[in-house]
Design a protein around this ligand. Structure first.
Ligand code: ADP
Length: 203
């Protein structure tokens, strides 16, 4: 299974990706997590990305595409993956199409979590409060101001990605306002509806 999970910040992509990981035994490829790890380790990528991420802006396409391409070649991604947080721009989507084509791979489905924007900033605020309560480090970009910025960027840059996959006939949109379990069920149903032939065509 090769899947993409799309949705605005706070839509619940991370939570649902974890469920897909445990349900289907495929790894979650989260560019946000990969970049945060790079920042922590102070790699060249991390040093470049840190301030951009703190502002809520997007890390340059070439940099993220390179990180993802490397990750696709790791052995655990050989039988599938769920991409979370990538692609976020049309250029990234086109680059991903190329990377997959070069590896003779195909996407099975693109799943969009649709969430009413008015609740997103609140969700991110709650996430930050809960993390602080558990004594976990709160993401420096989980402030209302930076969240608004991430939402603006989502609207401008990532919504066209949704159209890209719709035109490829790969898109399923799911109501992300439902309780977590209901969203998981809808996702599982969308994945189950992927044509078997499409999966068999892949190695
Ligand atoms: P969220 O979905 O809640 O915004 P992520 O963890 O996916 O959080 O991303 C956090 C930040 O990491 C983004 O605001 C951006 O700066 C950077 N980032 C993650 N994925 C990408 C990407 N595909 N392209 C560019 N920047 C990215």
């Amino acid at each position: 299974m090769r899947l993409i999970l799309l949705g605005p910040p706070g839509a619940g992509k991370g939570t649902q990706a974890e469920k897909i990981v445990s349900g289907f035994g495929i790894p979650q490829l989260s560019t946000g997590d990969m970049l945060r790890e790079a920042v922590k380790l102070r790699t060249k990528t991390g040093l470049h990305a840190r301030e951009i991420m703190e502002r809520g802006d997007l890390v340059p396409d070439e940099l993220v595409v390179a990180v993802v391409a490397d990750r696709l070649d790791q052995p655990d991604a050989a039988n599938g993956f769920v991409l979370d947080g990538f692609p976020r721009t049309l250029a990234q989507a086109v680059a991903l199409d190329k990377e997959l084509y070069q590896r003779n791979l195909r996407l099975d489905a693109v799943l969009e979590l649709k969430v009413d924007e008015s609740i997103l900033v609140d969700r991110v605020k709650t996430r930050a409060e809960q993390m602080a309560k558990r004594g976990e480090t709160v993401r420096s970009d989980d402030t209302p101001k930076v969240c608004e910025r991430r939402l603006d960027i989502y609207r401008a840059q990532t919504v066209p990605v949704i159209e890209h996959y719709r035109s490829q006939g790969l898109l399923t949109s799911i109501d992300g306002l439902q309780p977590i379990e209901a969203v998981t069920e809808d996702l599982a149903a969308a994945i189950a509806a992927v044509p078997v032939n499409a999966i068999r065509r892949q190695k």
